[in-house]
Each structure stands twice: as structure tokens, then as C-alpha cells.
Design a binder for this molecule. Structure first.
Ligand code: CUO
Length: 681
């Protein structure tokens, strides 16, 4: 698709890139004229592509165009890192565009999109440009392969504008005969998978310093993936499944199976499946430059545990670094992942990434069947597989062992003197107080960008996904200080009972506390009533950032503005997955609200410009993480002596309220987004 628009400018619908004839791959040279004029008389705006001296691309070109690409494979990472550096190094946007146009039909398609996206997000002259949603570029990574045949049929028969959306049923990868399938709606959610891809795009573990050296990136790796685990475990409890067991023993059969039913359209092949009971093996695949034994992972893992227990890390130059209360978790996050910021990669290895690789090659560890990796080997798709959560439960456990070795927070570290939270509640219109309502909704994703067919024009896939009624929090706070203050409001929820119906201890409940929102507020003297809408959550990106419920064949100016605005902020938890599913009879949870002193939380820096969505998981572009407290505060550490339950943990600036999450098994249209979504930038 050499002329497909990568971005729809305001008011423009069709754009083609006018590439120099020698930019076409060699095999097309003798038909250059025909290809470059393939759109004939169609009214297209043309973007001329300048001819430049093309740098050496031999490293990225060593991966075939149709192979699957994995960030978890060091050889692929190196190639992508090289390409990112080239894209970042182009002097002007015209040069960048030119190199991108040259690479587009030569370089591995997934590596191309990844590397160009990282460069666009980090170059000063392009970082405000929207990166297209990956569901639109590679819809095959998110949807049942049969959809694409139906989409082509629809496109051939029905003109643009009159086409029906292709319905994708909720249950298309398995049945409830596999208990794990009960949470497939969550694992396979398009918004969750897009968030994960985007997070790894914003926080690559290899590449130029501007992309990797970000404030507290290792700590954010811990926190964001910890939060995913907590949310997934809550979803499991809502569906009568136990919390995910960590994958400790790499030699034990893995009972969790996964049959993705995705076809890689680039590779033209189905992604391999993993039946139940697979056992991991040593990996020896020359084609992927990948050779390691399971005992290597075990050795690195033991060394990291040793570092955690001694709170000392080798720095690779004969010295040691202390894992202290402030920076310890950040160092450990980078060591464990591992990113290039790991203090001694030769000694501590690449445990988390190697785990992804070993699992993804379990079906063909020595490449004798010429099989590619499974979806666990690709950050774009990995969260679909139940084994992802078993592996990340283990990764999170290492972080937790470290956190548990730190002194618990004292009352003095938790209180906000003179601040008393007296009442907290949730208001959902039409529901009892302190009730959250969930249900299904249907939303559309445009497939046309990622499919190559004529006649062109939008064709939508219609997905069914979890959703909830919008709600608000009301928090009553008394400020008995003699002056106005600023507070940070931290809102979490967690289940009240474990798998056996017993009330959680503080220790177990805190591991399932999920952040719902975090914001600053003025606290005048005396009583304050704070109101906050769920759609404004610091965790989430708006609904429109995930789905496209507009027909881009006939877009209004507002539609285009919304598209521009929302694609811009791709990293962040999807708004429609903010609330766990709950149960039909009403799932009992605790809401926890804490107000901390903003003077102790604040990071002195300029105000952010542009994208401010999804900050809790994604940080702020070019700025420090905007909260000085440890991530996941106050639930990142053990409770102080005497704290057996959540109630024992409370200081006057905190409050707990039982809430109910009620699920209705109906499809409900999404609530109108109150008009604010288009103008939130
Ligand atoms: Cu996000 Cu394992 O880190 O996938």
C-alpha cells in the first residue's frame, strides 16, 4: 500500500505520497509508471517525497519483510534500535518522510511501524503528530481472521458509506469449557491491548537515550504491570476464578492453553497455538539469533533475588549500588525487564524478556518446524494469552519481595495534619448510592487502513466489550487548619472477600487495590465537598481514543478534530475498562480514598502541554512523573505493626466505603460523552 495516507489532515480525505521512482522496491522498478499512477483520475492530494541519500539499512533489512517481529528478541530489538536512531537522526521532517517512504516497502512491516512510531513520539518536530491506532494499521493482531474475508466481500459489493459493520462475537477464541475463557473478554479487549502496545512504545527498553532515559521508567514498568495484574486478578475473582498463580517453576507443564485464531496478514500465516500442558525448553534458534537455556533464566533470576535480599546491585564496574527506598524499585524495574538502563546486564540478564521468549517458542524451541513465536512473543498481542499473567505474576512477585523488605509507612508518613475525610460516596445516575453498573457495549474499529482492497473507503468491525455507566465521586473533607491547602486525592477500589469468601487481610487486599483516579484539589478552611467525574480519571484515555464510532467517509469537522485529538494520546487505560465487571448479584468491594499533602507530592516543573490523558500509567511527555510519592502509594508496602485489616490502616485523612459492582448481561449503547471529549486537549 505505497500510497495509503498515514494521517488524515484536517479537511483532506485522500492523500498520496509522490515517491521518486527509484524508491520503489527493485521488483517493481519495471512497472514504476503504472504503480505510481495506480489511482488514475481519483482526486488525491499529493505529498511530494524528496530524494535523499539513503543511509545504510543493511541491519534492519536483515529481517525479512514478512517475518513476525518481536521486541522481546534482542536481534530484532537491535535492528529496530538502529532504524529508530536513523529516523531520529534525520535533519528535517522532509528527510524523515523521505527515509520512511523508502523503508516502507522494504523493511519488515511491523518493525517499520514500531520504529517510525517511536521516532514520531520522540522527535521534537513530530512529537505532536498523532500515531495511528495499531488496530487500524494491523487489525489482524486484534481480530478474528475470518473478519477480513467478510470485510473484503462487503467492500467489493457495497459502496463506501452504505457498508454494514462486520460483527465480531464476544466468544470467538474458545468456550467456557475452559474456565480461563471466562476472562477472555478482558484479556482480548482491544483497548487494553492497545494500551499495552502504546506503553511499550512510549517506554522502549532499547533505543536512543531520549526514548529510554525517562524519569522513573523502571518504577513505572513495575507499577503499570502490577496494576494490570491486580485488575486481572479482580476480574478473575468476579468470574469465580482464583488469582493467577505465578510461574515459578519453568520446568513444570503449563496448564493454560491459548488458541489465538489470529492470522498474521503480513506473514500470511496463522499465529501458532499453545495447547494445554506444554513444557518450556532451552531455546536454540539460529534464525532468530536466540540461544539460551532455561537454567540461564534461573541463574539470572537467583542473582536478582540475591540483590533484592541484600539490597545491593552490581554496577558492572566492580562497584555496588544500594537499592534504597527512593530509587531501588526503579533500578530493579530496569534490571528485571531488562532495559538498557540495567546496571549490569551481563550479570543480571534479561529475565522478563527471556521469559516471554521461552514461552513463545515452547512449541518449536529449536526451529525444526520453522514455526514463528506465539502471541506471547509480541507486546502487541501478549496480553491475550492467560500465560502472560502467570509470567507477570512472577515478575511482580520479585518487585513485591523488594517492597516488602522496606520499612512500612509510619503514621507520620501517612497523615495530612488537620485534614479529615468524613464521607465518601459514588453516585451513578439511576442507581443506589455506592453502586457501579457494568454491561456490554458495541463499538466500531475502522479496518480499511490495515486492509489492502479496492474499492476503498471505511469498513468497520463491530466489537462487543465491557463498559460501565458513567459515575461521579463525592468526597466530604474537613480542613481544620487555619489556612487553605492543596491536597492530592487518591482513589482506589479492591474486592472485600477472597476466593473462599473470607474477608481479605490488609496484606492481601492491598495487592488488589486498583487506582481509579488521582487529582489535586483546593481545601478551603472548614468543610469541603469535592465532586469528580469518572470520565476525568487520571488513569484513562477517552473512549474515542480506542474506538471510532464515526464514518470517516463523511466526517464532520468535529469528527476530524476528535480523531486528531484522541489518536494523539494513545497511551492510557481505556475508559471502558475502568470498572471491573462485578457480578449479576452485586460484587462487594471497598472504595478507599486518601488525601495527601500536595506540598509533599508535588514535582516542581512546568505545566504539561498537550496530552494529559492516562498520566498514572504513562507519565507526562518530556516531564517527570508528576507525583513524588512512590508509585502505588500507600499500598506498595506492608502495613505497620498492628495493621491486620484495611480499617486498621486508616488515618483521619483516609476513608473506606463498601461499594457494589453490579453487572447486567445486556448490550447497552454507550452514553453520550457529554461534549467535553472533543475539546479536552
Ligand atoms: Cu508489558 Cu511483559 O512487559 O509485556
Amino acid at each position: 500500500r505505497p500510497h495509503e495516507p498515514v494521517y488524515v489532515p484536517k479537511g483532506e480525505r485522500k492523500v498520496q505520497f509522490d515517491v521518486p521512482p527509484n524508491y520503489l522496491p527493485d521488483k517493481y522498478q519495471n512497472m514504476a509508471e503504472r504503480i505510481l499512477n495506480r489511482f488514475g483520475n481519483e482526486s488525491l492530494s499529493s505529498i511530494p517525497i524528496k530524494q535523499i541519500a539513503i543511509p545504510d539499512l543493511s541491519l534492519p533489512l536483515s529481517l525479512s519483510r514478512r517475518d513476525n517481529f518481536s521486541l522481546f528478541l534482542p536481534s530484532h530489538r537491535k535492528m529496530a534500535g538502529h532504524l529508530i536512531t536513523l529516523f531520529m537522526g534525520m535533519r528535517t521532517i522532509e528527510d524523515l518522510l523521505s527515509l520512511a517512504a523508502y523503508c516502507r516497502d522494504r523493511v519488515n512491516a511491523q518493525m517499520f511501524v514500531y520504529s517510525l512510531s517511536v521516532a514520531i513520539l520522540h522527535r521534537p518536530d513530530t512529537k505532536h503528530l498523532p500515531v495511528p491506532q495499531l488496530t487500524e494499521v494491523f487489525p489482524d493482531k486484534y481480530m478474528d481472521s475470518s473478519v477480513f474475508h467478510r470485510a473484503k466481500e462487503e467492500a467489493n459489493v457495497v459502496p463506501p458509506g452504505s457498508r454494514n459493520a462486520i460483527e465480531i462475537p464476544l466468544d470467538w477464541t474458545a468456550t467456557d469449557a475452559d474456565p480461563e475463557h471466562r476472562v477472555a473478554y478482558w484479556r482480548e479487549d482491544v483497548g487494553i491491548n492497545l494500551h499495552h502496545w502504546h506503553w511499550h512504545l512510549v517506554y522502549p527498553f532499547e533505543g536512543p537515550p531520549v526514548a529510554v532515559q525517562k524519569d522513573r521508567r523502571g518504577e513505572l514498568f513495575y507499577y503499570m504491570h502490577h496494576a494490570i495484574m491486580a485488575r486481572y486478578n479482580i476480574e478473575r475473582l468476579c468470574n469465580n476464578l482464583p488469582r493467577a498463580r505465578r510461574l515459578m517453576n519453568l520446568r513444570e507443564p503449563i496448564p493454560e492453553a491459548y488458541f489465538p485464531k489470529l492470522d498474521s496478514m503480513v506473514a500470511g500465516r496463522a499465529w501458532p497455538a499453545r495447547p494445554a500442558g506444554f513444557v518450556l525448553s532451552d531455546v536454540n534458534r539460529a534464525a532468530d539469533a536466540m540461544r539460551f537455556d532455561l537454567s540461564d533464566i534461573e541463574r539470572y533470576r537467583d542473582r536478582i533475588m540475591e540483590a533484592v535480599h541484600t539490597r545491593q546491585v552490581r554496577n558492572g564496574k566492580g562497584g555496588v549500588i544500594q537499592l534504597d527506598e527512593v530509587t531501588g524499585i526503579d533500578i530493579l524495574g530496569n534490571m528485571m525487564e531488562a532495559s538498557i538502563l540495567s546496571p549490569d546486564p551481563a550479570y543480571y540478564g534479561d529475565v522478563h524478556n527471556m521469559g516471554h521468549v521461552a514461552i513463545s517458542f515452547a512449541h518449536d524451541p529449536d526451529h525444526r518446524y520453522l514455526e514463528p513465536f506465539t502471541i506471547m512473543g509480541d507486546a502487541t498481542t501478549a496480553m491475550r494469552d492467560p500465560v502472560f499473567y502467570r509470567w507477570h505474576a512472577y515478575v511482580d512477585h520479585v518487585f513485591q519481595v523488594f517492597k516488602d523488605s522496606l520499612p512500612p509507612y509510619t503514621v507520620e508518613q501517612l497523615v495530612f495534619p488537620g485534614i479529615n475525610v468524613t464521607d465518601i460516596r459514588i453516585n451513578t445516575p439511576g442507581a443506589n448510592p455506592n453502586t457501579l453498573n457494568t454491561h456490554w457495549s458495541k463499538s466500531d474499529v475502522d479496518l480499511s487502513r490495515g486492509l489492502d482492497f479496492t474499492p476503498r473507503g471505511s469498513i468497520m468491525a463491530r466489537l462487543t466489550h465491557l463498559n460501565h455507566d458513567d459515575f461521579s465521586y463525592n468526597i466530604t473533607v474537613n480542613n481544620s487548619n487555619n489556612k487553605e491547602l492543596i491536597g492530592t486525592v487518591r482513589i482506589f477500589i479492591a474486592p472485600r472477600f477472597d476466593e473462599t469468601g473470607r474477608q481479605f487481610t490488609f496484606h492481601d487486599q492491598r495487592m488488589l487495590m486498583i487506582e481509579m483516579d488521582k487529582f489535586t484539589t483546593q481545601l478551603k478552611r472548614g468543610q469541603n465537598v469535592i465532586s469528580r467525574e469518572s470520565v476525568d480519571s487520571a488513569l484513562t484515555i477517552p473512549f474515542e481514543a480506542t474506538f471510532r464510532n464515526v464514518d470517516l467517509n463523511r466526517p464532520s469537522d468535529q469528527d476530524i478534530a476528535a480523531y486528531d485529538a484522541f489518536n494523539f494520546c494513545g497511551c492510557g487505560w481505556p475508559q471502558h475498562m475502568l470498572v471491573p465487571k462485578g457480578t449479576k448479584s452485586g460484587y462487594p468491594m471497598d472504595m478507599f480514598v486518601m488525601i495527601t499533602n500536595y506540598e509533599l507530592d508535588r514535582v516542581n516543573q512546568r505545566d504539561p502541554t498537550g496530552c494529559r490523558e492516562g498520566v498514572s500509567f504513562c507519565g507526562l511527555r518530556d516531564l517527570k512523573y508528576p507525583d513524588l510519592r512512590p508509585m502505588n502509594f500507600p499500598f506498595d508496602r506492608l502495613g505497620r505493626t498492628g495493621v491486620g485489616s484495611l480499617n486498621d490502616f486508616l488515618t483521619p485523612n483516609m476513608k473506606v466505603q463498601p461499594i457494589t459492582v453490579r453487572f447486567s448481561d445486556i448490550v447497552k449503547p454507550r452514553q453520550p460523552s457529554r461534549g467535553q471529549t472533543v475539546i479536552r486537549l
